[in-house]
Design a protein around this ligand. Structure first.
Ligand code: MEV
Length: 437
């Protein structure tokens, strides 16, 4: 085993790169060049990016694309998307175009409440914990007043705290469950600071309370929850069956029937539901990343919501009633448009500008639309032609790159494969033939 590297974080960026290249690449100049080729010439911009994280050695690009023509609540919106997967932006654009002439996307915010918990253990009688909470509550609330002040000014802040008895799930386990409104901020720092203050005030009050028959309550941890079932946006599309038209040779009525069946399958079958929801997240994550929000938080929250009744299910719903096709979803999305990376990353700022500097609620709506659109596009293909034809065509560019075709060869191969589904072996064969000639 190699010796561990000591003090790595203290090395300069160049020293870090040298260490890496010496340790993992046999001092190969090619590795060194690859890393430095991705440095930005603008030193200030590079410094900004280096500062986002730790031990940074270079940049890792993601394509930043646009899906135009989204009619959302009667306004035209161009959605910025940062994603590496081919076909996603094209699929979003296709769904936008489809719904543009069929009434567009309708959205509404159902609620914007976030929560966090102080997790506590107490092994005495529950009645003692309740008596302690009654004794401490006013002080707890008062102790976070100064932290709360600026958020309160913006119309948000701590909404409520509640003692929750969780002892039936885990011996001795209680929570201080706190709810928050964080307006345009994602609010992680505000929530965590508030929770840690509540925890510290709780410890202080516990030392003054003489009603415990057992050791005083112990705070295990204080942290926001990324489960946000009360921070919900509804998004829907709807049109008459007649308006659907023929899709890839399938009649509107048949399309709607198969489409709703596909959603029903994802509602009852977890194997399908995971892939179905993954497709939704293609759209949601791309907007979340483009706007500098935390996609891991959104992913965790969305999937937990998909399993809220104990089984993992489709996030979307579809129905045909009175000859009207409706497709909709409620997505739990805790997003911010101020603070954090949203106001630091120049491209996130650009994404926000493209969206008209939205409020957090407006960003929830746009993100939800991207998710529903993506699912619509995926099912649109799946229940008609299948996804491979379109997908592989979009993937062709990557495939041509991978088989080492030059620009002229790429152009010729693209032409040759216009009507065929490309495979690596087929492309290689065609390339060899071309080169033999
Ligand atoms: C691929 O990234 C996403 C899909 O698999 C989604 C789906 O199957 O619904 C096409």
């Amino acid at each position: 085993m190699d010796a561990p590297v000591i003090g790595f974080s203290k090395l300069s960026k160049k020293e870090k790169v040298n260490w890496l290249v010496d340790t993992y690449f046999n001092s190969d100049a090619a590795a060194q060049n690859l890393i430095t080729r991705y440095w930005n010439e603008d030193a200030k911009l590079q410094e900004l990016h280096d500062g986002f994280s730790e031990n940074t050695i270079t940049n890792y690009y993601l394509p930043f694309g646009l899906a135009p023509n989204f009619l959302i609540d009667d306004h035209l919106v161009t959605i910025p998307m940062a994603i590496e997967e081919s076909s996603v932006v094209a699929a979003a654009s296709k769904a936008a175009k489809f719904w543009l002439t069929r009434g567009g996307f309708k959205t509404s915010i159902k609620s914007t409440i976030k929560s966090g918990q102080v997790h506590i253990m107490y092994h005495g009688a529950s009645s003692e914990m309740e008596a302690f909470y009654a004794f401490a509550k006013a002080y707890l609330l008062q102790s976070i007043e100064s932290i709360n002040a600026s958020m309160k000014k913006r119309g948000g802040g701590l909404l409520d705290i509640e003692l929750v008895n969780k002892t039936s799930a885990l011996d001795g386990y209680y929570q201080l469950h706190a709810t928050f409104e964080t307006k345009d901020a994602m609010g992680a720092n505000f929530i965590n600071t508030t929770l840690e203050q509540l925890a510290s005030s709780l410890r202080e009050k516990a030392s003054q309370f003489d009603g415990f028959s057992s050791d005083a309550p112990e705070v295990i941890m204080s942290i926001l929850s990324n489960y946000v079932p009360q921070c919900l946006v509804n998004v829907s599309v709807s049109c008459k069956i007649d308006e659907i038209g023929t899709i890839n040779g399938v009649s509107g009525a048949n399309f709607a029937r198969k489409f709703t069946r596909a959603v029903d399958i994802a509602t009852v079958e977890p194997y399908r539901a995971v892939t179905h929801n993954k497709g939704i997240m293609n759209g949601i994550d791309a907007v979340v990343i483009a706007t500098g929000n935390d996609f891991r938080a959104v992913e965790a929250g969305v999937h937990a919501y998909a399993a809220r009744d104990g089984q993992y299910r489709s996030l979307t719903r579809a129905r045909v009633e009175n000859d009207i096709f409706t497709f909709e979803a409620d997505f739990p999305l805790a997003l911010g448009t101020v603070g954090g990376l949203t106001s630091l990353h120049p491209l996130s700022k650009l994404a926000m500008q493209i969206l008209g500097n939205p409020s957090a609620q407006d960003l929830m709506k746009v993100t939800a639309v991207a998710g529903l659109a993506q699912n619509f596009a995926a099912l649109h293909s799946l229940v008609t032609t299948g996804i491979q034809a379109g997908h592989m065509k979009m993937h062709l560019v990557n495939m041509l790159e991978q088989i080492g075709a030059n620009d002229t060869e790429k152009a010729q191969l693209k032409k040759a494969f216009t009507d065929k589904t490309p495979s690596f072996s087929g492309l290689r064969e065609a390339l060899e033939l071309m080169r033999d000639k």
